[in-house]
Design a protein around this ligand. Structure first.
Ligand SMILES: [Zn+2]
Length: 455
């Protein structure tokens, strides 16, 4: 009996934060977005008329103009561009030939983002296979010198939340070139950070250490990686790498796109919601992160369409340069800090336009508990996981510089790393219901935080 009573007290203690009105508003928001949402149409326009849009490129500049227009059409009270100077990675022509089976054949490969290619000249060398950094370290330097290191590290398929597998494997993309160059290698090839049972190579940012040679770096899809692994088990394999990839010498003037609904009670209190407008220079950047951008715009549209007058100011931000510099995220936080803005919460969607399953929380325990107390409201929309510390890389500077609490939409993660940074990240991979449901859940969270605060 006593434990039942304690249970009841605990239940009451966690149920006082919301009422019937909130539950009705959740339904209204979901109805509006599922029945009249414009985010899928917006995604079609962004991906099919502009396509991929790496920071600094002419396509990224077009995406800024598109974003500004879409924000206005959504009904934002105010729309503006926030300057951010960004790096520009240029891919150019590239090819990789492998002499599997006695003759050279061209395979599907992508230069890693930010990598330095071969100045467009063929680089021919023998391949040395390692499964991980430890195996590379154990090799004598003369077994590596003058060769191309193949980092054959497999994405762990046993990790159910695939972002954990990505975090584990991505070390080879980021740190592979330096680890190999340290031992005298002239280039690297990696098995892509890919859950896919296909042959799409995945690009993504790599990093150099100025103390070592900036060796060219390319990725292979899983099937070609398997073939290369088998061939190397039978005897030596050589490769010819050719790549014009390089960083452009100058930064390019670019922008975050911001649209705002002014709060009616406490307009000085701001809730930010966003995704990133730039993408890698392959595919259409639909899943990463066109989805997050159109969801942020959708929240503005839906709130306006429903006549919601939020207590706090709601800002949708399309951040520039998440993929290879985070200059947009930095610029947003720097501006907020210099203006002494009061930010209640920043929420990002940068994990794909798939069915929402959870909301990651980066904030003190008491604030987490408040959001977790709303769990019952979210359950009918398929959202149950509030256990992860996930925000988003564009909003991370808000936390480190202003201590802003962060939240990150956590969609189902099973297919994200099939598509991420590949030519297969296209509009067709996004489902309109899943995309809209993600937008609805974010709008619901923002509504609650605007109404009830986090403290
Ligand atoms: Zn992204």
């Amino acid at each position: 009996m006593r434990s039942r009573l304690l249970g009841l007290i605990a239940l009451l203690a966690t149920c006082t934060c919301y009422g019937q009105d909130d539950s009705l508003m959740f339904r209204k928001i979901a109805d509006e977005i599922m029945l009249h949402g414009n985010c899928y149409n917006n995604l079609r326009v962004l991906t099919k008329t502009i396509g991929h849009r790496i920071s600094g490129s002419p396509e990224a500049a077009k995406a800024v103009i598109w974003g500004e227009k879409a924000m206005k059409e959504a009904g934002a009270d105010k729309v503006w561009l926030q300057p951010a100077d960004v790096p520009y990675f240029y891919r150019g022509k590239e090819s990789l030939e492998l002499n599997i089976g006695g003759k050279y054949e061209t395979v599907e490969a992508l230069s890693l983002g930010n990598s330095q290619g071969t100045d467009g000249k063929p680089l021919k060398a023998q391949i040395v296979l390692v499964h991980n950094f430890d195996e590379l370290k154990a090799l004598p330097d003369d077994a590596v010198k003058g060769k191309i290191v193949f980092f054959d590290y497999r994405f762990r398929q046993d990790l159910i939340f695939t972002f954990e597998g990505y975090g584990d494997a991505v070390r080879y993309r980021g740190g592979g070139p330096t680890a190999a160059a340290r031992k005298g290698a002239v280039g690297i090839i990696i098995r892509s950070m890919s859950t896919g049972e296909d042959d799409f190579p995945h690009t993504g940012a790599t990093h150099y250490n100025d103390s070592f040679a900036k060796v060219p770096a390319m990725s292979l899809g899983n099937r070609t990686s398997d073939r290369l692994e088998q061939a190397l088990g039978k005897g030596p394999v050589s490769a010819i790498m050719t790549s014009e990839a390089h960083m452009m010498p100058k930064l390019v003037h670019s922008f975050n796109v911001i649209g705002e609904i002014k709060g009616i009670e406490t307009p000085e209190r701001i809730i930010t919601v966003g995704g990133h407008l730039d993408s890698w220079d392959v595919g259409e950047g639909a899943t990463d992160d066109g989805a997050g951008c159109v969801q942020a715009i959708e929240i503005i549209r839906a709130m306006k369409a429903l006549g919601i007058k939020p207590k706090c100011t709601i800002r949708a931000v399309l951040f520039m340069n998440e993929e290879n510099g985070q200059k947009g995220g930095q610029a947003y936080a720097d501006s907020a800090k210099s203006k002494n803005e009061q930010h209640v919460l920043a929420l990002e969607s940068d994990a794909g336009g798939f069915s929402p399953r959870g909301i990651g929380l980066v904030m003190p325990a008491a604030q987490k508990d408040k959001i977790k107390s709303y769990k019952e409201l979210f359950l009918p929309y398929g959202v149950y996981d509030f256990s992860r510390e996930e925000g988003g890389s564009d909003i991370e500077p808000m936390n480190s510089k202003l201590k802003t609490p962060l939240a990150g939409l956590i969609p189902d993660s099973q297919r994200y790393f099939d598509l991420h940074h590949t030519n297969n990240d296209t509009f067709e991979q996004v489902n309109h219901r899943e995309l809209k449901l993600g937008a609805a859940v974010m709008a619901q969270l923002i509504y609650l935080v605007s109404e009830h605060g986090l403290n």
